[in-house]
Design a binder for this molecule. Structure first.
Ligand SMILES: [Zn+2]
Length: 75
């Protein structure tokens, strides 16, 4: 699985990659997270693309895959 690179801060020209602030995440809102810049202490709303990518990963699904479910019978 390729590593996802977080974006850098739009306000800081030479900033480190942004942190993913997951303190607002709840069970019902798993994508309620923000980018956090440790340099200027600002929170940034991720784009829809980033939400998709960084919430679920590049494969689009979490671990705990259905395809390995041993209960599925084979005909
Ligand atoms: Zn910044």
């Amino acid at each position: 699985m390729p590593m996802l690179t977080p974006p850098s801060c739009p306000a800081c020209p030479d900033s480190q990659p942004l942190w993913k602030d997951i303190t607002q995440i709840t069970e019902r809102m798993p994508d309620n997270w923000f980018w956090y810049c440790a340099n200027c202490k600002r929170l940034w709303r991720p784009s829809a693309e980033h939400k998709e990518l960084f919430t679920h990963g590049p494969s689009g699904r979490s671990s705990g895959s259905v395809q390995c479910d041993p209960r599925v019978s084979r005909d």
